[in-house]
Structure formats: structure tokens, C-alpha cells
Design a protein around this ligand. Sequence first.
Ligand SMILES: [Mg+2]
Length: 139
Amino acid sequence: MRKIKGLNVLYPGKKLTIAIDIDGTVADCSEIDFSKANKNPYELMKARPIKGALEAVKKLYKQGNTVVFHSSRNYGSKEVTRRWLKKHGFPFHYIKMEKFVAHVYIDDRAINGCNWKRVMKAINNPNIPGRIARSRGMV
Ligand SMILES: [Mg+2]
């Protein structure tokens, strides 16, 4: 495991710090009742790995990148989140329950902000993951 002094610093070199979202990105949450998860974080253990995610994360890790899972889950679910990642074999350096500085963000709810025409088209799509999550009662 790479020694890192802090996540708010990006180090020079060719390797990347890669921030990977959990829910909807590596974890299929369709079986999770999020209204229960706030009181019982173990509800989150019902998630299943999304096809291809494990292999991809293993590859990114093996390439020497710094793999950081980040989530907007509440801080009280950090330990359950760590257990879920370990249970399914996801390698990582850190888990952060808030946004931090990285070279790359991988997130199911992301819209690339570099092209505003594309952003405005994408945000009006009723099938974007964020709108689907809202329709399922997720935050
Ligand atoms: Mg997500």
C-alpha cells in the first residue's frame, strides 16, 4: 500500500489519484432500502458489484494509481462501506466520505463539465442516474 501524507495533495509523476464513487458506480444498489440504511448501515451490504467494476478497479490499482473510493453516504456508514469493498475484493488505498482533490473522478452521476452544450442536453435527459435515483427516493 502506498504511503500518502494527505489526499488534498496531488503528487508529481505519471500515476493518478482516481476517485471512484460507490453507489451506482461499483455497487448496484437496487436491493437497498435507503430509508433503512440511515438507521442500519448494514442494509448497504445488500449491494452487488456492478459488472466489470471489480476487474477495472483491480487493474487501476495494479497500475500503481492511488485508488480512493468516495461516497456521499453518511459518515456512520464508513465501516460498512469498507467491509463491503473488502468482501467483494475491491482494492483501494482510501475511503473518503466527502469530495477531495483527484486527477480523475469516476461517478455514475457525473456529467463532464467541459462542454456546457453537452451538459445542458444531458441534464434534461430523464434517464440520467441522478434523476432515476430521485425517482427511487434516494437523495
Ligand atoms: Mg453514485
